[in-house]
Design a binder for this molecule. Structure first.
Ligand code: SF4
Length: 395
């Protein structure tokens, strides 16, 4: 049912893309990571798309003709989509905004620019998230993006339009968070896969339509007796024997769902996803008071959880994981990362130890988008979930 709603939202967006040429509406993509304010694109009258497809080995491997395999499979998938030109979300673009986050993301910006001409805007993102001069730099880069969008669309982005856009996205973020919080209940009223599909639909679909759909889902859950505020679950999920698990790591792409399916099949409930295309995008609102560009710079750089490439991010990221673990009553965590993702590789071992020291076992899962099913993962997941459920530790 929820998956059908997500599909309908995406179909409707595809229709809008088909009509964009005849109405003169520009289509602007950007890569995920949490540093491109969609509000700016929305306020320019263009259609924003968060380019986040992944999970298919064939698409990622297509890029191997021009980039080496040390580029992570998510970044390669973005190049693969550009080369294949079979994905309508990637074929409709007038401009792509590439944030300067990790080295892989920067490199694919260069490659898109080389192959697609001047249709790339590189958004500078500082490497610190809590200093005044970094905030000034980021605001300046957002101003440059605003000017580029105005030139491309021919529409002025007024303060009023930008404030209105912030309110549209604040509503979307708040509803995603509210739905996410219902999963603190035991058993969670919606599955991880259903939640993630709706969450991922919001990366492409019209934000007002997604917010309306989320309100309808929350209404249905209330009717079914769920507590939208997220009734507290007891530790260990009373009422079910299924262990509750947090999924964390850099990225869970649109379509990269094997790890969720396999965790579910192994008998666990993934109840929260701390990834770029998850909690990190919707957990905070942007304070719409005052100058809207100031508000976006602060909201996206300072108020969000810092990504791993930021200096001094580790403690904050660990504290946030511990808070989520406590609030969602998890008994274990899955650290899901892509091969060759150095920033998160460097962090993974530390996070595993820090969580384990606090009684939260962690299973590290690495993927290069070749089927996880064909490896040892099923056995490892079964043993991990059995351990969380109180089974034999040596399983
Ligand atoms: S998965 Fe890692 S290496 Fe790949 S784009 Fe994301 S942060 Fe960069």
């Amino acid at each position: 049912m929820i998956a059908t709603q997500a599909d309908a939202l995406l179909r409707s967006r595809l229709e809008a893309l088909e009509n964009a040429g005849s109405t003169g509406t520009k289509v602007i993509g950007y890569f995920p990571g949490g540093y491109v304010p969609e509000e700016l694109i929305y306020a320019s009258g263009a259609i924003p798309l968060c380019l986040s497809h992944g999970g298919e080995a064939r698409t990622a491997d297509e890029a191997l003709s021009i980039v080496p395999s040390v580029i992570c499979s998510f970044a390669r998938a973005q190049v693969g989509e550009m080369l294949l030109k079979t994905n309508p979300f990637y074929s409709a673009l007038d401009l792509v905004v590439v944030p300067s986050t990790c080295q892989h993301m920067k490199k694919i910006g260069d490659i898109w620019e080389y192959y697609e001409g001047p249709q790339v805007f590189k958004l500078g993102v500082p490497y610190e998230h809590d200093k005044e001069f970094e905030l000034e730099y980021f605001r300046d880069r957002l101003l440059a993006l605003k000017q580029r969008l105005e030139a491309l669309t021919g529409n002025e982005i007024t303060d009023e339009k930008l404030t209105e856009a912030i309110e549209v996205y604040n509503r979307l973020r708040a509803l995603l968070k509210e739905l996410s919080l219902t999963r603190r209940a035991s058993p969670p009223p919606i599955s991880s896969l259903d939640f993630v599909k709706l969450n991922h639909a919001s990366l492409y679909a019209d934000p007002v339509a997604v917010a309306d759909a989320l309100e309808a889902v929350l209404q249905d859950l209330r009717g079914a007796g769920a507590s939208p505020g997220g009734a507290a679950a007891g530790a260990g999920s009373p009422g079910t024997k299924r262990p509750r698990v947090l999924l964390t790591g850099p990225n869970l792409a649109f379509g990269d769902y094997d790890v969720l399916r396999m965790a579910e099949d192994a008998g666990a409930d993934v109840v929260v996803e701390e990834v770029f295309e998850g909690v990190r995008d919707y957990w905070q609102s942007v304070d719409a008071a005052g100058d809207p560009l100031d508000a976006l710079a602060k909201g996206y750089l300072i108020d969000k959880r810092p990504a791993a490439f930021m200096r001094g991010s580790l403690r904050k990221r660990l504290d946030f994981l511990l808070t989520l673990s406590r609030d969602f009553h998890v008994s274990g965590a899955i650290w899901y990362q892509l091969l060759c993702c150095e920033f998160y590789d460097e962090e993974g071992a530390f996070i595993e130890k820090a969580l384990r020291d606090r009684g939260i076992p962690v299973l590290i899962v690495e993927s290069d988008y070749h089927s996880l099913e064909s490896g040892q993962l099923r056995t490892r997941l079964d043993a991990f979930v059995e351990t969380l459920a109180g089974g034999p530790v040596d399983a």
